[in-house]
Write a protein that binds this ligand. Structure first.
Ligand code: TRP
Length: 329
């Protein structure tokens, strides 16, 4: 089975866009690939979170991914900071990464622009840590969004450079895993692009029924169609896209016909949409809350992940040390 690896940011809740996008594919991949999923809590230190919120965030993210269907028995699901082999490989890779290439990274330049008062070395070497995450399991496939493609390219460069320097064919060059057709894009509720955290237009799995109703009722619409079978503006298309994901086929058809005949009442459409989203998310929300409060279960999950991740990581690190020339006496 091919090895797939993905890092999960330790901040931010899962929204419907994540759920129908990457997460659903992660859940499926667990049956067809050897999967490593981890929460990237070391990476989060670049922004200096306080200790209590760091732990809280990791616990929340873990509970949400478990509730969404990640299976700690099938995949290796772990916390980055539980695997000391990662920072050791990071140290070793730092020796073959160059200031010039790190400074050129688009994400780094963006962070410098956003937070000029906190340009720490961890931010600069963020791509090296990410390379260590990937190379520690010698993963071949990495599902990443557009914004992470440059980091993956840098990982390939580090892998190639290591192999060249030590005249070995040790690290594979990891490629982006593209879900292609499988990747459903969920639009936001503000009539613009896709649902996303930074856009503030998201519906979260953890949202209460009332929050969901409020958000949906506030969604952007227009004055309504005036001629039969008129094309929908983007904001209305978006509502229908979400409706198609959570509602019955008859419901979708009902509102499509209403729109086509210019009889649609957006208030009715939104009410139905809100209730169907709630029907869809509330069992997941209950699972999140239940898992979150089950410390014993979380402890077991984390311990199992740590054990599996370290078994693979320590093997790689031992071989890497040997290749570099750290040999026992
Ligand atoms: N940088 C990724 C993000 O912001 C998270 C991440 C950390 C990651 N390490 C990784 C993703 C390794 C893939 C592989 O989303």
């Amino acid at each position: 089975m091919e090895t797939v690896l993905s890092g999960i940011r330790s901040t931010g809740n899962l929204h419907l866009g994540n759920y129908f996008g990457a997460v659903r594919n992660f859940v499926k991949m667990q049956n067809t690939h050897q999967c490593y999923f981890f929460i990237a809590d070391f990476h989060s230190l670049t922004t200096h979170p306080n200790p209590a919120s760091l732990h809280e965030n990791v616990k929340k993210v873990l509970s949400e991914y478990l509730a969404a269907g990640l299976d700690p028995e099938k995949a290796t699901l772990y916390i980055q900071s539980d695997v000391p082999e990662i920072p050791e490989l990071y140290l070793l890779l730092n020796m073959i990464s160059y200031l010039g290439e790190l400074e050129k990274t688009a994400n780094f330049k963006e962070k410098v622009r956003q937070n000029p008062e906190n340009v720490n070395a961890g931010l600069l070497t963020y791509p090296v840590l990410m390379a260590a995450d990937i190379l520690i399991h010698r993963a071949k496939k990495v599902p990443v969004g557009k914004d992470q493609e440059q980091h993956l390219e840098m990982t390939r460069n580090f892998a190639k450079r290591f192999n060249f320097l030590y005249k070995v064919e040790y690290f594979p060059e990891p490629e982006a895993f593209n879900f292609g057709e499988e990747l459903i894009k969920v639009p936001g509720l503000d009539g613009t692009g896709k649902m996303g955290k930074s856009e503030g237009n998201g519906i979260y799995l953890i949202d209460s029924s009332d929050e969901i109703r409020k958000k949906v009722m506030k969604a952007v619409t227009d004055a309504g169609p005036t001629t039969q079978n008129q094309e929908m503006p983007d904001a209305i298309k978006n509502l229908f896209s979400i409706l198609r994901l959570v509602s019955q086929a008859e419901t979708v058809k009902f509102f499509e016909e209403k729109y086509a005949n210019c009889e649609i009442r957006y208030g009715d459409l939104k009410k139905q949409l809100a209730e169907d989203i709630i029907r869809f998310t509330s069992p997941i929300r209950e699972r999140i809350l239940q898992i979150y409060s089950d410390s014993e279960y979380l402890k077991k999950v984390v311990a199992l992940g740590r054990e599996k991740a370290r078994a693979s990581a320590s093997k790689t690190l031992k071989e890497v040390r040997e290749i570099i020339g750290f040999r026992g006496f």
